[in-house]
Design a protein around this ligand. Structure first.
Ligand code: MG
Length: 165
């Protein structure tokens, strides 16, 4: 009888765990940079985003273990420490989420090819999540582009993002 995860799939999922942890690092870095730059609301938003990424990693790890695979935690690569502006941070957020979407789609391709139905099911959640992630990042970036240079509007925008839990 074949196992749920083949070796290649197991390795690829562990790689995705690392990518999600790296995402958490990236957003944590943005969070503190926004805090330093005087945008506590955006700092809050990125901190919540980082927490979500950590949960994504945990979701995949739980699946790997449940599917009788082995979790392998690799070192997390360094992330950028500073952004020129909130707009730059959100532009990077959108770009990063597009890359993550691609990675998830590649994993799905692999799972389909391997006829690994359990992994396909697990990945469906991530496919939906990425649509949300890109949509949110696009929306916030568009808002920042619209209010660029307007300090009062920036203050309002920051306050709004401070409400994310
Ligand atoms: Mg994620």
């Amino acid at each position: 009888m074949r196992t749920i995860l083949n070796a290649q799939m197991g390795t690829a999922l562990n790689k995705q765990v690392n990518a999600e942890m790296w995402s958490a690092y990236l957003y944590l870095s943005m969070s503190y940079d926004m805090k330093i730059k005087g945008f506590p609301g955006m700092a809050n938003w990125f901190a919540a985003q980082a927490k979500e990424e950590f949960e994504h990693a945990q979701r995949i790890m739980s699946f790997i273990v449940a599917a009788d695979g082995k979790v392998k935690l690799e070192p997390i690569a360094e992330v950028q420490q500073e952004w020129n502006s909130p707009k730059d941070a959100f532009a990077d957020t959108l770009m990063h989420e597009k890359i993550v979407t691609e990675k998830i789609h590649e994993l799905m391709d692999m799972a389909v090819e391997a006829k690994d139905y359990a992994t396909q099911n697990m990945l469906n959640w991530f496919i939906n999540e990425q649509v949300e992630e890109e949509d949110t990042a696009r929306e916030l970036l568009a808002a920042l582009e619209a209010i660029e240079g307007d300090k009062a509007a920036m203050y309002m925008f920051d306050s709004k993002l401070g409400k994310r839990e």
